[in-house]
Design a protein around this ligand. Structure first.
Ligand code: ZN
Length: 149
């Protein structure tokens, strides 16, 4: 178990240091800003959505390793998902980092499961969920910037 924990930590550190899809998306038709005042994490999420499917996704921002790693892992997970699949993933991820998830959700979550450990650190839950709240607001075309407070 401790080996697995180390592997998870490595993945978070790796994504925190070298975030994937960290750029502006020129053809985005959905742009949303998110802010976590508790930690100071800020990000802008870019989505290109066609026929209720995420064609492309990227983000830019600055924040702690957990917020950046979570956003990076999320962009990998959201690509080519339908909007209803995005909502399902959000629900599963939210459960994972708050109350804890059962084994049946692990296949759905895949690599996102590496963030399960933040559950033990309530301050970090908002860092991990910021990108996700931002994505859901973007999909709903909520024009207000997202704040976790
Ligand atoms: Zn943070």
């Amino acid at each position: 178990m401790s080996d697995l924990r180390e592997l998870y930590q490595e993945l978070i550190v790796d994504h925190g240091r070298h975030p994937r899809h960290f750029k502006k998306l020129p053809n985005a038709n959905c742009v949303q800003e998110g802010y976590n005042p508790l930690c100071g994490d800020r990000l802008t999420l870019y989505l290109s959505i066609e026929n209720d499917r995420v064609i492309d996704v990227s983000f830019e921002g600055a924040g702690c390793a957990v917020s950046i790693a979570s956003a990076s892992l999320m962009t990998e997970a959201l690509k080519n998902k339908t909007l209803s699949e995005v909502q399902l993933l959000f629900d599963a991820f939210h459960t994972l980092v708050t109350t804890g998830t059962d084994a049946s959700q692990e296949t759905l979550l895949g690599k996102l499961s590496v963030l399960a450990g933040v559950r033990e650190f309530p301050m970090r839950v908002k860092c991990a969920t910021l990108a996700w709240h931002t994505a859901i607001a973007a999909i709903r075309h909520d024009t207000h910037p997202v704040s976790t407070e």
